[in-house]
Design a binder for this molecule. Structure first.
Ligand SMILES: [Zn+2]
Length: 228
């Protein structure tokens, strides 16, 4: 789960473009693998522009689904377990020495989430969170095989901690690449739009903001000197 050693936020190349270090967090929810595919495509495009993209994949065994499957659920509720995972992701983002951190997730195409005005007609949505961007990718889902569900439900630890799986039918289905393509959700196109957002709005945008702040500061200092 640890990203490679930090080497600063980035450097400018000869053309004056800002080359940035970018962190992609994937697999916090293993049943959202379609978003990992989008992350891989997006990384290719950003690397082609000269940016460095590092992946941090959450270990399957640390995820709620991994724990349920292994029967290692303890006494915590699903919600408590999830907030623990969120905290880990926030810690990971903080330890990365660059502001460009993206946590990839999927939201089912049949979810109310996509009905909200700001997301209508979109196949992905990037929202700023503490120290990172949450990237939700639209995906069509398919149910997990019956035998998998039975295996989880029959586990003594799950039997003891019913709260863990209460209202969690979401964990019983998984994003499907095939079904998403069939539903007209194109991962390549999402990656293109997302790479452009990251490269133009976030990276170049933040460099421009810093340049403006620097110039403003310079003008202030000149005025101060002139007054002396
Ligand atoms: Zn998720």
């Amino acid at each position: 789960m640890a990203p490679s050693a930090a080497v600063g936020t980035g450097t400018g190349n000869r053309e004056g473009w800002r080359m940035a270090r970018v962190l992609f967090i994937v697999n916090q929810h293993p049943n959202e693998a379609f978003s990992t595919a989008v992350a891989r495509e997006t990384a290719k495009l950003l690397r082609a522009e000269g940016h460095t993209v590092v992946f941090a994949k959450v270990n399957f065994g640390e995820t709620t689904f991994g724990k349920a499957l292994a029967g290692k659920v303890g006494k915590r509720s699903l919600r408590a377990e999830e907030s623990l995972l969120d905290k880990k992701a926030i810690g990971l983002a903080k330890s990365f020495s660059s502001p460009f951190v993206y946590n990839f997730h999927c939201t089912p195409s049949d979810s109310e989430y996509w009905h909200e005005e700001k997301r209508r007609g979109k196949n992905f949505y990037a929202e700023e969170r503490i120290g990172s961007w949450l990237v939700e990718v639209k995906a069509a889902y398919r149910p997990f095989p019956e035998r998998l569900r039975k295996r989880i439900e029959a586990n003594p630890a799950i039997q003891k901690n019913r709260g863990f799986y209460q209202g969690s039918s979401y964990l019983m289905r998984t994003s499907s690449h095939q079904a998403s393509l069939a539903a007209g959700i194109n991962p390549g196109r999402i990656a293109e739009e997302l790479a452009e957002t990251i490269s133009q709005r976030h990276i170049a945008g933040s460099a421009a903001r810093r340049r403006r702040a620097w110039r403003k500061n310079l003008r202030k200092q000149r005025k101060r000197r002139a007054r002396r």
